[in-house]
Design a protein around this ligand. Structure first.
Ligand code: WT7
Length: 647
């Protein structure tokens, strides 16, 4: 495989940014005078009142305060819908592709989506939702999910979307933490031919959320569900009773738009808060340039709205840019591993954005599922969520894109709100596995452990030296934790938690997390969350969880469990513990392996040395590093012996 893939001429000919020199010029301008750059970019959205100050940011650890477009008033729903009505009211906004391919796709125009959003907004109002209230959304990938999010933003409510793969416990935690008093869910979700009992899950979650007084239920399947009269309402019945117009609330640029929970190194998932003005500008700009979205294109981001990728690159970015896009309910392997490419062909998709784990899963099924499809409409491919290994990159490039489509390997995080490091399809020569260069306005730095800035070719941890409008402002209800996690490690900088290398040509290569966050199929998880689910079991004394390399998922979950004295570990207990984690978090968090460990490697001060556990889980026994600081070195031999015997 060549080391560098030049920009195809056809891409250069159409692209908004069509040479590395023009990228560099625009990048330089954005860095040398950020205020002018972002003042100009602000006109990408409509403002109800102009802002007076572009930026007022402090990254100082004793006062983290991030504000953009101060004084400006706007509304997300207005920008995603109303302002398009005159020019593209009849244009398709969403092509809903249902799980079952024999069910016909549904085209929803901007005009129709606007009416749906207004109705849901009016229903929310009728059910007592006010400006600033948090509305939890626990929905599958159906048009109502997009409409519900925009309905919240329309009336100034804050949405908190919970991925429909999360368990009742995880949903309950998020509703309680966000102080939600209303939930929007569906009777059932449908994925890969299977039904997911979302309403029943919700009812289980609601047992511990007494403040939730109203539940709006989308009828997706008509399947049996539990029901509580006076609390539960069918959304379609409620929507039929209200008007199809609803005024947009005038929101301050810094009013919260949404809360989205994500896992960290320690503790329970934290609710990152994204605000309105700056987030919208960043979503619109990044979507436009990175996917080179142009009139007539059919864009498809195959993520779920339950993750930040769905928020920024399904809901806000594309709709702000008046895009036509696919909303896909299903999974890549149902009914067969050609599903993605069949959908691409059926709707003539031009941009396709997915995660490396999906690419690897499809690659493992063999080429015949790709070869029998056409895919000639594709222009740009995207990757997100984890480092993409060169084999998967190559397969995506050669087999899926027929060697013709640039791959934008986009690095970002829930916290960043939008893509920060990425190629631009018409401008960047690609190196497989590298996210390449910073997007406009982004100042990445590679630091050593002491926080020294490393120049040129270097490897270290990745920090961002200055703010950008899309970044998260705080953790809901816990600004101290926000400061602690992101701004206290390296004074005056945003700490990403990722390791990174810069090569001689200035390309950035993300090397993975440097903290106790693991990445399972692009889903982020804190090892601490899995551990706390394990220790809830009566027989468990202690647990330590690490990630290990997994061919398809990127990382798998490996659990070391110390049982209470007198208890013997067997396969039945293993299964019970695996089920317990699944129930605490969700099916995607199912541990891959539980190893019973008579003892865990600890320092004399009692700190578990995960470095050693990671190596043992990866069958990498030779170079365990310095183990002389361990309180009891013999623990390590026991662990290795058990690992070898798969005990
Ligand atoms: C973590 C953030 C951003 C939306 C999806 C994940 C890893 C993300 C890449 C990439 C290498 C990546 C990082 C990051 N990550 N994109 N292109 N190359 N690593 O969002 O759940 O907040 O996870 O995902 O480790 O810190 P998230």
């Amino acid at each position: 495989m060549p080391d560098v893939f030049p920009v195809p001429e056809t891409m250069r000919a159409r692209a908004l940014c069509s040479s590395h020199a023009s990228y560099q010029a625009m990048y330089e301008a954005s860095i040398s005078d950020p205020e002018s750059f972002w003042r100009e970019q602000a006109s990408r959205i409509d403002w109800m009142e102009p802002f007076h100050t572009v930026k007022d940011v402090s990254y100082a650890s004793d006062n983290v305060s991030i504000q953009w477009y101060l004084g400006g008033k706007t509304n997300a729903s207005l920008n995603c819908l109303d302002r398009h009505l005159a020019t593209r009211g009849d244009q398709t906004a969403l092509i809903f592709e249902p799980d079952e391919p024999s069910d016909e796709a549904r085209h929803i125009t901007y005009g129709e989506l606007h009416a749906d959003v207004c109705r849901i907004a009016n229903v929310l109002k009728k059910h007592g939702v006010k400006r600033g209230d948090c509305v939890t959304i626990y929905l599958p990938m159906i048009p109502e999910a997009v409409a519900s999010m925009l309905a919240c933003s329309r009336i100034g409510a804050v949405h908190s979307v919970v991925f429909a793969g999360f368990s009742p416990d995880a949903l309950a935690h998020r509703m309680l933490d966000g102080r939600s008093r209303i939930l929007i869910t569906a009777d059932e979700g449908v994925r890969g031919g299977k039904r997911i009992p979302l309403k029943n899950n919700s009812d289980r979650a609601l047992r511990s959320c007494p403040d939730v007084h109203d539940v709006l239920v989308v009828k997706r399947t008509g399947g049996e569900t539990t029901w509580l009269d006076g609390r539960d309402y069918w959304l379609h019945e409620e929507a039929a009773m209200v008007e199809s117009t609803c005024e947009c609330a005038e929101m301050d640029a810094e009013d919260p738009l949404y809360i989205l929970y994500t896992s960290g190194s320690t503790g329970r998932p934290k609710g990152l808060v994204h605000t309105t003005g700056g987030y919208l500008v960043y979503a619109s700009l990044s979507h436009r340039y990175i996917f080179d979205y142009q009139e007539g294109d059919v864009y498809w981001c195959a993520a779920d709205i339950g993750w930040v990728t769905g928020h920024t690159y399904i809901v806000y970015g594309p709709l702000l840019n008046g895009a036509t896009q696919i909303l896909f309910e299903g999974i890549p392997t149902y009914p067969e591993a050609s599903r993605y490419w069949d959908v691409v062909d059926r709707h003539r998709v031009t941009q396709f954005y997915t995660a490396p784990t999906a690419i690897r899963a499809l690659m493992s099924k063999g080429n015949k599922y790709v070869d029998r499809t056409d895919r000639s409409s594709l222009l740009i491919l995207g990757s997100v969520g984890e480092p993409i290994n060169p084999e998967a990159w190559k397969w995506y490039h050669e087999k899926v894109g027929d060697g013709r489509c640039p791959i934008v390997d986009t690095w970002w995080q829930t916290e960043t709100g939008g893509i920060l490091i990425t190629p631009l399809p018409g401008a960047t020569a690609l190196k497989p596995g590298s996210a390449s260069f910073p997007f406009f306005g982004i100042r990445p730095e590679i630091l050593d452990a002491e926080g020294n800035v490393l120049e040129g070719e270097a490897e270290g941890v990745l920090a961002i030296a200055d703010s950008w409008p899309g970044q998260s402002r705080t953790i809901f209800g816990d600004h101290a934790r926000f400061t602690e996690v992101y701004f206290s490690k390296f004074e005056g900088k945003y700490f990403t938690g990722d390791g990174c290398r810069r090569d001689k040509d200035g390309y950035y290569w993300i090397t993975g997390r440097v903290d106790d966050v693991i990445n399972i199929s692009g889903h982020r998880m804190g090892t601490a969350e899995v551990e706390s689910a394990l220790v809830e079991h009566n027989d468990v004394a202690e647990a330590a969880v690490v990630g290990f390399p997994h061919d398809i998922k990127g990382q798998g979950i490996y659990c070391y469990v110390t049982l209470n004295a007198g208890v013997t570990g067997d396969d039945e207990l293993r299964e019970t513990l695996i089920r317990q984690v699944r129930e605490a978090i969700g099916a995607f968090s199912k541990p891959d392996f539980v190893q019973f460990a008579p003892g865990l490697p600890k320092t004399r001060s009692g700190k578990i040395m995960r470095r050693i556990l990671r190596k043992i889980a990866a069958d990498d026994f030779d170079d365990l590093g310095d183990i002389s600081t361990l309180a009891d070195e013999s623990v390590v031999d026991d662990l290795i012996r058990n690992r070898r015997n798969r005990h």
